[in-house]
Design a protein around this ligand. Structure first.
Ligand code: FAD
Length: 499
């Protein structure tokens, strides 16, 4: 056995995705010594690419608060392209949804009763961005290194024990063993099993309502959806933005497909199935992919000449997407949101939620050196994450349940955006609040009422939907600063973001 060198650090962060890397960068900026450990090496493929106005706001705020001017161009698509043309990305003007029928080509309706477009920004300069994660995560990890963080890639954690301090035994690839002694540990491993292995957390995912599974990869030569719409005679003049410059959702009874188009022509695409109703996937991922494409002819037409690209070079099939750990904090440790839990890709919540965790943990770790105060603040952070995950889960599950009835689905989406827009407005007014305002009792009660009403409506005839819509509009009225749920909008929302 080779001799092990010993290093001391104030904080060790496990996982160098954008979450772990950004937290490391911020802490280093505030003078803390940080070790960032990952079992993989950058650049590496990662899924979860579609950013949102909330994510951009938090990134801009982190850049301003911690004096990190190199980050701020990434908070808007226009400045990103000008400042970092080498970091691959895609333009995202909003969210677009198209409802498909099994075995039939998509037929656009003149009154948009099978489409929903929700703009999240006013123009192409200030809009959101799809993050090509291999490039973006590497950029953040290298920025952390530049700020003095010790980045250990391709490093296995052999042992991780807490006595007075944490002691981590590490095995970097083809290098001698190392020992890290540190006062605090952050779990930023996302879906990794670090928490269960070393922090004694339990898997309590069965408490979540949503039950979905995804199959996904990256492709090129995917025909833009706009071209398919045009060839089917669709009138696009009142689309508030080009529908491919979006997190594009193709919806069907058993689930949905996402498409995120990057500027270099690659498209991130994946099916996400409601496991409560979808049949089992075949054991062969490529076969499953092709079976599901063929069910929806207009989507199949998009992929007629498409090729999988490398990376990742293969089709991934997930298990159940939903995860929840029993704890998000403990003695001398805390987890980022994405290591604590995850619901689904629907409506792109993950990046923003994780960034909100970076923001909160940075504040706690920089401002509360005293153990007792830090623990109190961490306990509050955990309470917030629990409530946030429950809120996201309820709203996303509601969307899955309403998929077979598009009008109800649209109302469920309106409920989801009510929470995000309320959060955006409160951030702008500098009101500190939990992510998506999950700690706001009246808002939660309102959304619970909407959720109950829509779930009930699933068993009612369509003729009753008008009344349900009126009730929902009234319920969300106190929060509805963005003009959501207006019949006259005919499912085409020009601008909903609060900024
Ligand atoms: C199918 C899918 C689609 C998604 N789509 C979206 C979307 O469109 N928009 C959105 O906002 N969010 C989306 N998300 C969520 C998004 O992926 C996450 O928010 C994001 O990846 C979190 O980043 P992270 O840095 O915390 O973790 P990750 O990117 O998961 O990075 C974790 C790092 O930890 C390392 N690691 C893991 N275990 C260990 C270990 N034991 N030891 C050392 N290192 C370890 C890994 O190598 C990895 O580099 C999606 C998620 C999924 C699953």
């Amino acid at each position: 056995m080779k001799e092990s060198s010993i290093h001391h650090a104030d904080i060790a962060i496990i996982g160098s995705g954008f979450g772990g890397s950004l937290l490391a960068l911020v802490l280093a900026r505030r003078g803390q010594s940080v070790v960032l450990i990952d079992r993989a090496a950058h650049p590496r493929f990662a899924i979860g690419e579609s950013s949102t106005p909330i994510a951009d706001m938090i990134l801009a705020d982190l850049a301003a608060r911690y004096d990190l001017p190199r980050l701020s161009p990434l908070a808007q698509y226009g400045s990103w392209c000008r400042t970092y043309p080498e970091l691959k990305r895609g333009r995202k003007r909003g969210f677009s949804y198209f409802r498909h029928e099994l075995g039939r080509p998509f037929q656009p309706a003149t009154d948009h009763t099978n489409e929903l477009l929700v703009a999240a920004s006013g123009d192409n300069e200030r809009c959101d961005t799809h993050w090509y994660r291999a490039d973006v995560d590497r950029f953040f990890a290298r920025e952390a290194e530049r700020a003095g963080v010790m980045l250990l890639e391709q490093t296995a954690i052999e042992c991780c024990e807490l006595s007075e301090e944490w002691k981590l035994s590490l095995q970097p690839r083809q290098k001698p063993m190392m020992t890290i002694q540190t006062g605090f540990l952050v779990d930023a491993t996302g879906s990794g099993d670090f928490g269960r292995q070393w922090l004694a957390t339990e898997d309590v995912s069965e408490t979540l309502l949503t039950h979905s599974q995804a199959i996904y990869s990256h492709f090129d030569h995917v025909v833009p959806w706009r071209d398919i719409l045009e060839s089917s005679g669709s009138l696009l003049y009142d689309h508030p933005f080009a529908c491919d410059d979006a997190a594009l959702h193709h919806l069907f009874d058993e689930g949905w497909m996402w498409q995120l188009r990057f500027d270099h022509g690659v498209v991130s695409a994946g099916f996400s199935f409601n496991r409560k109703v979808a049949p089992q996937l075949s054991a062969n991922p490529a076969e499953s992919w092709s079976i599901w494409l063929q069910k929806y002819p207009s989507i199949a037409a998009q992929f007629e000449r498409a090729k999988r690209v490398d990376p990742p070079g293969k089709i991934f099939v997930s298990g159940r997407l939903q995860r929840k750990a029993s704890r998000a904090v403990g003695r001398r440790w805390a987890a980022l949101p994405h290591a604590f839990g995850f619901v689904d890709a629907l409506h792109s919540t993950g990046i923003a939620w994780n960034l909100s965790g970076v923001e909160r943990l940075a504040e706690i770790l920089c401002e509360s050196p005293d153990d007792t105060i830090r623990m109190k603040r961490l306990a509050n952070y955990e309470r917030q994450l629990q409530r946030e995950l429950a809120m996201i889960d309820n709203l996303v599950d509601l969307c899955y349940e309403t998929l077979p009835r598009f009008r109800l689905f649209v109302l469920a989406v309106m409920a989801y955006f009510t929470a995000t827009v309320t959060y955006e407005s409160r951030r702008i007014q500098s009101q500190t609040t939990s992510f998506m305002c999950a700690d706001d009792e009246p808002l939660c009660a309102c959304l619970d009422q909407v959720s109950r009403l829509l779930r009930e409506m699933l068993h009612h005839p369509e003729s009753e939907f008008d009344r349900a819509e009126v009730r929902i509009r009234r319920l969300i009225e106190p929060y509805n600063t963005a003009g959501l749920c207006r019949p006259e909008a005919m499912n085409m929302y020009q601008h909903t973001a609060a900024r």
